[in-house]
Design a protein around this ligand. Structure first.
Ligand code: SAM
Length: 449
């Protein structure tokens, strides 16, 4: 039996696909990268924007055609669109055998067995309690592991579908997460990323209601093989002083906060139900920058939210210039059925204006990236080497999330290398290796970051 998984959207989906892959392999299924030869096709979907949802529908239509040649092919749709649309998917796409939810993906083998026996069905059981470190998984990377530490979202931003597709926040027990960290450690992984919609809310649903991401990072950093610990995505009002200090003082904690602001105008923030003001956000970033040397900030922004005036947009531009993000995901507002903004606010910003604002902001961000990257020219930086890029060169990331491209070879994947930067762009930095882990001079080669 061969299976193929197509994953859309965020890193949480990637992690859940890794677990489905592990579960199916343990049951004797074989993973294939070729859907043509698969007996079972799983689509793990994303509903954040309309575009992502349409991509899913295009893919279902494509795979349904394979059924004409292979009647016994089983097609399943999971993830956020499945949660949003439920049985509608079965009604619209007759080739789909079953749809399943964001909290029963670990049951994928049983669901497959049921599909072989029964009629077409939808199953959205909440099996949160089955999410443990004991679940089999097949990490797609050999040196970096994703770990979902908190599921769901309680924030109800008016534009966002996530609270409806991923339900209320629930944190995994700390001991169980540390078992998963141990798994990666014992398999010689060097980097892990703690994931959550609001990763810094981790533990707020436990008895004492206190966020505990700082404790988790501290405990995870005790594992010898794990050299870097990342976390995303953070919510501005959940960041604590303790977390900022842990990141500043723990040499394994990545010096990067992914902290979406979504808008720079207080009017729009209020309409979005973001629970802070631009002044609060700017002060928070200042505190982080003053406490964590060479920290970088990345973020998300939505342009063209209902009612966004030119003045509101210029407030966002002004904020972006103040914060000087290392990376910025800019999205044009996309009304999502079922959300508060789709219900109560008219999508009144024309597509042309949304796109103009998108381009304007993107150009400003590129300029900021270029200027910030100039600081790295001729400096030596330390990265952990990742996989080959399409160009044949290798990629690595510094501890503050700067992407560096350099010539290397496969033997150094997952290893520390020091790179002298000799070229910059608005995107990655470019350079050449000056020393590598285990070289005698490695520890003596001074590094800017
Ligand atoms: N929990 C995070 C937050 O909002 O702080 C991330 C949620 S979402 C999975 C990732 C990003 O998608 C958001 O930060 C937002 O910028 C974008 N997004 C969410 N809903 C959107 C919508 N309706 N239209 C456009 N972009 C949207």
């Amino acid at each position: 039996m061969k299976f193929y998984i197509k994953t859309f959207g965020c890193q949480m989906n990637v992690n859940e696909s890794e677990i489905m892959t592990g579960v199916l392999e343990k049951e004797g299924f074989e993973w294939t990268e070729n859907p043509q030869e698969a007996d079972f096709i799983i689509l793990n979907s994303c509903a954040v924007r309309e575009k992502a949802e349409h991509k899913l529908y295009g893919a279902i239509g494509h795979y349904e055609k394979l059924k004409k040649k292979r009647e016994d092919l089983v097609i399943a749709v999971g993830g956020c669109v499945a949660e949003k649309e439920k049985k509608n998917i079965l009604n619209r796409f007759h080739g789909v055998n079953f749809v399943f939810g964001t909290r029963n993906y670990m049951d994928i083998k049983n669901l497959y067995d049921k599909a072989k026996k029964d009629k077409r069905f939808a199953d959205f059981s909440d099996n949160f309690d089955k999410i443990t470190a004991e679940l089999p998984k097949h990490p797609y990377s050999k040196h970096h592991g994703w770990i979902n530490i908190i599921y769901g979202c309680n924030k109800y931003c008016t534009y966002c579908i996530v609270p409806y597709t991923r339900h209320f926040e629930k944190s995994r027990p700390i001991e169980d997460i540390l078992k998963e960290v141990k798994y990666y450690n014992d398999n010689n992984y060097r980097e892990i990323t703690f994931l959550g919609q609001n990763v810094d809310s981790y533990g707020k649903d436990f008895g004492d209601k206190k966020p505990k991401l700082d404790i988790l990072i501290r405990e995870a950093s005790k594992f010898k093989s794990i050299k870097r610990i990342w976390f995303l995505t953070s919510y501005p009002t959940d960041i604590t002083d303790k977390l900022i200090e842990e990141v500043a003082n723990n040499s394994k904690a990545a010096k990067n906060f992914h902290l979406p602001v979504q808008a720079g105008s207080n009017n729009i923030l209020k309409k979005m139900n973001r629970r802070y003001t631009r002044e609060f956000y700017i002060d928070l970033i200042e505190k982080i920058k003053n406490t964590v040397p060479k920290v970088t900030i990345s973020g998300d922004i939505i342009v063209g939210f209902p009612g966004e005036t030119d003045e509101d947009f210029m407030d966002t531009v002004d904020l972006v210039k103040k914060i000087r993000y290392e990376r910025l995901n800019i999205a044009e507002y996309s009304p999502r059925e079922g959300t508060i903004s789709a219900k109560y606010y008219e999508d009144d910003i024309p597509k042309r204006i949304k796109n103009k604002r998108f381009q304007y902001l993107m150009n400003i961000q590129k300029q900021i990236n270029h200027e910030e990257n100039e600081k790295y020219l001729d400096k030596i930086v330390t990265v952990i080497q990742e996989n080959k890029t399409k160009s044949g060169a290798y990629l690595g990331r510094t501890i503050n999330n700067k992407v560096v491209i350099f010539e290397s070879d496969e033997s150094l994947i997952g290893k520390f290398v020091k790179i002298k930067i000799n070229k910059i762009s608005a995107g990655p930095l470019y350079g050449e290796i000056v020393s590598k882990e285990n070289d005698r001079v490695f520890n003596k080669t001074e590094s800017y970051i």
